[in-house]
Design a protein around this ligand. Structure first.
Ligand code: RFL
Ligand code: PHB
Length: 392
């Protein structure tokens, strides 16, 4: 039998950052992850950090590599009807920025910090189950290195992502789930080629959405909308590039440079929220509690906000016994979560081809885009959401 203050299920960005923030406040935790360290550090996902998220990392002493190697961006481009239009994000938001820095590097930085702090971080645990969530001694059972283990906790943090075990452990009827599944997915690639753009390009095209992002001056990250359930085998490299050229084309002769593709994957698009983000002594954070379609670049940033709020509430609880912060956790986070849902849904609706909608809907999308790039009020609304709401 092991004992800790906070048992954390999942060593993604949520679980690792929570462990670090708790450690800074003298709160003990044990982090349990069912995958291997290599797998988690290589998993390619998000790439955009809001300024508020970078601030959290800086204040926690974790921003060394982000500041050295992250790329600070002041605007994005919306491309439609053959033309690009810059949204001057920083000018519209009093100087706020975003930073391009891959999620796998965020995770690697957090793992390094956790190991340096000597905190327990167990990989390749199996059969994780959470128990007695309604008591003040919840526990986690699992197998590690062939041995059955019981971890007794004061609190459990469910940071185990959308497919984890914590949310399903909450009795039916105690939570409400809100969900929208989109009829399309994103096919994403990483390619060894200098980005053909300085800023992210979000493109609307009759064939469907495309996004030109990047990871570094040498590596481009590109996405195209594909039908839900699409098989990667349908997309040989030359077809991916051909479609990117078509969807990103402009009237002024802009060109897209190609390079060797070294990573590819297809991710479904979904909007999901669970309310409340708590059951008894179990607190859900990040993707375990909510999923946004990636069009707003909000998934990772919401995870950072959740665990920042949760760490402060837990530190107060362990220092003073007060549950005020813990009781407010779900409502505090959900307000911000629903704003990110609204923005992510809106960006998704404006930029994708919806197979069941006709030409009227497509004309409305173009009118919406035209409005955003010609009205300062509309551009400001987009920019404020894109750079991110304050972390409470
Ligand atoms: P994570 O990163 O999913 O981490 C959860 C961790 O829990 C582990 N786990 C378990 N551990 C122990 N026992 C169990 N039973 C467990 N079950 C699961 C998992 O192995 C994992 O290590 O959630 P977290 O920490 O909340 O972080 C959230 C972000 O990862 C997520 O919001 C974003 O990456 C979303 N997302 C993207 N966001 C963007 O802004 N841009 C993107 O391009 C983008 N691409 C993506 C994505 C999410 C994806 N998922 C979740 C399918 C691409 C994919 C494929
Ligand atoms: C990425 O670089 O992976 C990325 C950027 C912006 C998004 C989604 C993903 O909206």
């Amino acid at each position: 039998m092991m004992r800790t203050q906070v048992g954390i299920v999942g060593a993604g960005p949520s679980g690792l950052l929570l462990a670090h923030l708790l450690g800074l406040q003298g709160v003990e935790s044990v982090v349990l992850e069912n995958r291997s360290r290599e797998y988690v550090e290589q998993r390619v996902r998000a790439g955009v950090l809001e300024q508020g998220a970078v601030d959290v990392f800086r204040e926690a002493g974790l921003a060394g590599r982000i500041e050295a190697e992250g790329l600070v961006h002041h605007g994005i481009e919306l491309r439609f009807a053959g033309q690009g239009h810059r949204i001057a994000m920083s000018e519209l938001t009093g100087g706020r920025t975003i930073t391009i820095y891959g999620q796998n590097r965020v995770v690697a930085d957090l793992v390094a910090a956790r190991l340096a702090a000597g905190g327990p971080l167990l990989y390749e645990v199996e059969g994780v189950a959470v128990h007695d969530l309604d008591s003040d001694r919840p526990s986690i059972t699992f197998t590690h290195g062939g041995a059955d283990q019981v971890l007794e906790c004061d609190v459990i943090a469910g940071c185990d992502g959308f497919h984890g075990v914590c949310r399903p452990a909450i009795p039916e009827g105690a939570i409400t789930e809100y969900e929208r599944v989109y009829p399309f997915a994103w096919l994403g690639i990483l390619a060894t080629v200098a980005p053909s753009t300085d800023e992210l390009i979000y493109a609307h095209h009759p064939n469907g959405f495309a996004l030109h992002s990047l990871r570094s001056p040498e590596v481009s990250r590109l996405y195209i909308q594909v039908p839900a359930g699409e098989d990667m085998a349908e997309w040989p490299d030359d077809r991916i590039w051909a479609e990117l050229h078509v969807r990103l084309a402009t009237d002024d002769g802009w060109t897209l440079a190609e390079g060797p593709i070294f990573e590819r994957g297809i991710a479904p698009l979904r909007s999901f929220v669970v309310e409340p983000m708590r059951h008894g002594r179990l607190f859900l954070a990040g993707d375990a509690a909510h999923i946004v379609p990636p069009t707003g670049a909000k998934g990772l940033n919401l995870a950072v906000a959740d665990v920042t709020v949760l760490a402060a509430a837990l530190a107060d609880f362990f220092a003073t016994g007060s549950e005020v912060g813990l009781d407010a956790y779900s409502d505090t986070c959900l307000r911000r979560v629903w704003q990110a849902q609204r923005f992510s849904w809106w960006m998704t609706s404006m930029l994708h081809r919806f197979p069941d909608e006709g030409p009227f809907a497509a004309r409305l999308q173009l009118a919406q885009l035209d409005h955003v790039v010609t009205s300062k009020a509309a551009a400001t609304a987009l920019a404020e959401s894109y750079v991110g709401l304050p972390i409470p």
